[in-house]
Design a protein. Sequence first.
Length: 597
Amino acid sequence: MSLPIRNIAIIAHVDHGKTTLVDALLKQAGTFRDNEEVPDCVMDSNDLERERGITILSKNTAVRYKDILINIVDTPGHADFGGEVERVLGMVDGCLLIVDANEGPMPQTRFVLKKALEKGLRPIVFVNKVDRARLDPHTAVDKVLDLFIELGADDDQCDFTYLFGSGLSGFAKEQPEDESDNLVPLFNAILRHVPPPVGDPAKPLQMQVTTLDYSDYLGRIVIGRVHNGTIRVGQQAALIKDDGKVVKGKISKLLGFDGLRRVEIEEAAAGNLVAVAGFADANIGETIADPDNPLALPLIKVDEPTLQMTFMVNDSPFAGKEGKFVTSRQVRDRLMRELQTNVALRVEETDSPDRFAVAGRGELHLGILIETMRREGYEFQVSQPQVIYREINGQPCEPFETLVLDVPDDAVGSCIEKLGTRKAEMQNMEANTGRTQLEFVVPARGLIGFRGDFIRLTRGEGIMNHSFFEYRAMVGEITSRYNGVMISFEEGVSTFYAMQNAEDRGVFFIKPGTKVYKGMVIGEHNRPQDIDLNVCKAKQLTNHRASGGEELVQLKAPEEMSLERALEYIGPDELLEITPESIRLRKMEKKKVAGKR
């Protein structure tokens, strides 16, 4: 491991091609055997990442090029996983900013670039997808330069190197008109423009923990960069906790990165990225140091959460029937375990032992945690997401987000009108052929429940991206849902006959044959008030057949309630019941609906 080293992070907006480009770098550096079968997006190893096509957790890999070891860290593009981005940028000396040739910089491009510039990194810009560009790729470079200036980059950072290419087709070139069928220009640019790591192998050991992993054989594994000194297998070391306490320990295993594998090594000097076993209670941001001269590195600062929900034990009539882990102790232990690796998450106990206040960076951040717990066999309930307010200079303030929409021209008016009712302010509007890009600043409250409306307004053809902008003075009340809900007032199994009779009342979320209980939300009413329905009523059979009774009657297709859709939909007096098998909406307390049924 005494090779010359380059440490680089790959940063970009979601879907601009980070993971695909890493695939191409790995293949062209000869990481895989000729006959080895390699899946697409090989770095997205987690099931949720593969299903959604996004990166959630940062990953480390390493390639060798011209006898130089290039450590590559693939980072998430979503601002909701900004905690991952912020901490891994402390491990690297340079970054590769990927920008889509057609879309140019997007909200998360601003977010990840801002973090990189604050760390003093000098990015290399890679304009991706030029093999299918509709626009001049140089336009994307101009937009990136505007963004650098807007974010306060210094002269050195603004004088960035840029390349054009395609991660999917596996080529890079210095000008769009050049000929190229490989990524050699990109490899050369990394060697030229990313500085070798600084650090003195002769100084006392200092290594910062930036990622945590777990192995059944080794226990907790900590991943980080050796800032100073040399780390060896079997040596005594000290862990400096975030409160300054020093815990003595021993390096039981030392692993380096080679392609996608971790390989056992005997020692690693300053500048290397390594994985270490031997410290069972190490946490993110803490320092592994020389036991005789323990010097802590500055703790990693992560942006505060902006959204909060209450996680609670399931107390519905169907509680405990579908889940493996259902008690408050099991839910609490799982949330506390998540805190060890998820640095942007906050969990607080409330005055009730069955409720926990969980705060995160956005609906996607919390939604991924809920979906992960559900797949592990947990059963629980969550409340409507609420924004976290702050008092700044004696004035109550709330989080605002930058929202960018890319919509068909015929949906522009309806999107602007809908966002106007949610207190959004338009900042920019740019028309392309057949589509328009709209930019807004909107309260985070105004975005709760907007995605469903947006899909309907654009008939599924719109693209929506948003990221945290700043805290501003609170705006007035925002109504996000105008229709009431249909509530079951019987426990049983829904029947085709009862649902057919109530079909004109609204849109159902359930199918015939679904188990329901009293207080469960079964659909959206087409009027502003809630309504109680009996969907378990069966048809009374007689020995007479009605004329037309043999006709084939079909119900309208129910609206599928995915986890994201349900989190956006629920109101302040409703809960979401989550089990490994089902997602159900319910009222917190059963309310009587006035009037004749």
